[in-house]
Each structure stands twice: as structure tokens, then as C-alpha cells.
Design a protein around this ligand. Structure first.
Ligand code: URA
Length: 276
């Protein structure tokens, strides 16, 4: 995969699907596209203007130098692009700090949430606040380490709420989801997990294009880039509703994911949160 080219195609496809028929290109973009076209015409598989790989500083990447075109390198590149993601910046409704992803670039399970909140923005890592602690508990019950899975968000910036935002958070708007969507789509393309779990309705809206309620999306497999996708409640839902029914619902979604991953499930695990 060529990340820059894939990301460009992803963005252009998304714009075109949303009715945009024309695009202004600056001279640098024109020159890159011209080089790609010439390279393709000459039968080359990589563009002449392959960008220099960025330093590998991301949370979702390894500290050793990545092999060329490795997943780590693709993610580091995406992380660098996300930092100045113009479509998101242009909205003027998202805050400045970019929060990319965390976990294992070679994970078989990818978890996708909504957007960073106060804690995530402060620590620049997804799911490190109260919802993150709840997620860690669920992962522990499934015998999965947080470092073993890949955790990302549909929206890479904390949605803004004006000058006195304080610790308040809000879900991203449809425009904010759409602006960031090419990034998560490119992450999925780079990681190619065995399955994806959407944590909440915002993630489902982004990846599946469905605004349906989580309760109606649960219990079925969907598809994103030919990867099976399951939808469950956002961990913050369990912070508001800690009934046995709610916990069991989320747990059943995790059991379905564990089955998809062919993980061993003990009888004790199967019985978690069932009424006594
Ligand atoms: N909620 C999310 O959806 N993502 C985070 O990273 C934190 C809270």
C-alpha cells in the first residue's frame, strides 16, 4: 500500500460521494498528482515523489526503526498527516490537540470510539479517562491486554464547546465525523485487523454510515473494507447505567468478538453478568 496515495483516494472518494465535484489544487498537489500519473503511465507501482518517512514518534508505533512500508511506518505517516488534517482544521469546531491511537499495530482486534475527551486530550491517548478505565475492565474480563489491541477514535480532535469548555465534552457532529473519516479508514487499511468493534453509535455512524441506534445495530456482523464489524454500547454508557442487563449486553458483544477471534472462552467467562 502507498499510504499517501491511498489517503488521497480515500479523501477524494469521500468528497465525491458527498456531492463535491470540483476541487482547487495548489501547485504542490498538482505536481504530486502529475508525478503519480506519469509513474503509473510508465508502469511504476510507486510514485516518483514518495514522501520521506517521518520520525516514528506515535503512541501506536514501535520505537525501533520500522521497515519501509511497514504497518508502523504507515501509522507514523498517518499520524503526521492527522496533525495538520486540513479538512478537520477547516471546520474550526475541533480543538487543536490531535489524539491519534494507541496499542498494537498488528492487533487482530481494533476498537473504535468516538472522539477524545478532556483526559484524552491532556494525555494525548485515546480512552484514558473514566470511559477508558471501564474499557480496560472489560478487556481484562476478556483476558486481553490493552497493549494487545489497537484503540482509535473516529474523530482525532476533541470537539470544541467554546471558551469556557472546562472538562465538558460533546460527541462529534456529522461534519466532524466526515472530515476525520479518511484517517480512520486509512488506519483500518494499514492494520487489517481480523475484526473491528465500534464502541458506540458515533463509531458505527462513521464506519458503517448508519445513524441507527446501537441497540438496533447490536447482535449482527457488518462489514467495513471486508473486515467484520460489531457494534456495542460506548463504555461511558456503562458509567451511566451499571445494570446487569447493560453489562451483559456489552459482554455478549465482546463474547461474539472473542468467538470471531477464535479465542478460548471459559464457562465462567460465558456466564459473566447473567442473572443469578
Ligand atoms: N470516548 C471516546 O469515544 N474516545 C476516547 O478516546 C475517550 C472517550
Amino acid at each position: 500500500m502507498n499510504t499517501l496515495r491511498d489517503l488521497t483516494i480515500e479523501t477524494l472518494t469521500h468528497l465525491s460521494e458527498n456531492g463535491q465535484e470540483q476541487l482547487a489544487l495548489d501547485s504542490e498537489a498538482r505536481s504530486i498528482l502529475r508525478d503519480w500519473m506519469l509513474a503509473a503511465r510508465n508502469g511504476a507501482t510507486t510514485p516518483a515523489t514518495q514522501p520521506t518517512p517521518p520520525p516514528n514518534t506515535g503512541k501506536a508505533t514501535h520505537t525501533t526503526a520500522p521497515a519501509p512500508d511497514s504497518v508502523e511506518e504507515k501509522l507514523a505517516y498517518l499520524q503526521m498527516r492527522a496533525q495538520n488534517w486540513k479538512a478537520a482544521r477547516a471546520l474550526g469546531t475541533l480543538r487543536d490537540t490531535m489524539v491519534f491511537a494507541t496499542g498494537n499495530p498488528h492487533a487482530r482486534l481494533m476498537l473504535v470510539g468516538e472522539a477524545p475527551g478532556y483526559d484524552e486530550e491532556r494525555l494525548q491517548e485515546p480512552f484514558v479517562g473514566r470511559a477508558g478505565q471501564k474499557l480496560n475492565q472489560i478487556l481484562a474480563a476478556a483476558n486481553m491486554a490493552r497493549e494487545e489491541v489497537y484503540i482509535s477514535n473516529i474523530c482525532k480532535f476533541r470537539p470544541a464547546m467554546g471558551q469556557n469548555q472546562g472538562m465538558s465534552n460533546r460527541p462529534p457532529s456529522d461534519e466532524e465525523i466526515a472530515a476525520c473519516l479518511p484517517l480512520i479508514m486509512a488506519e483500518i487499511r494499514a492494520i487489517r485487523p481480523t475484526c473491528i468493534l465500534c464502541l458506540g453509535g458515533t463509531a458505527a455512524k462513521g464506519l458503517l454510515g448508519s445513524g441507527a441506534s446501537v441497540s438496533s445495530l447490536r447482535g449482527k456482523w457488518f462489514d467495513c473494507q471486508n473486515i467484520p464489524v460489531r457494534v456495542t454500547y460506548h463504555p461511558s454508557y456503562l458509567l451511566r447505567n451499571d445494570s446487569l442487563t447493560a453489562k451483559r449486553a456489552v459482554w455478549e458483544d465482546f463474547l461474539a468478538v472473542m468467538e470471531k477471534l477464535n479465542l478460548n472462552i471459559t464457562p465462567r467467562q460465558r456466564a459473566f453478568f447473567l442473572p443469578a
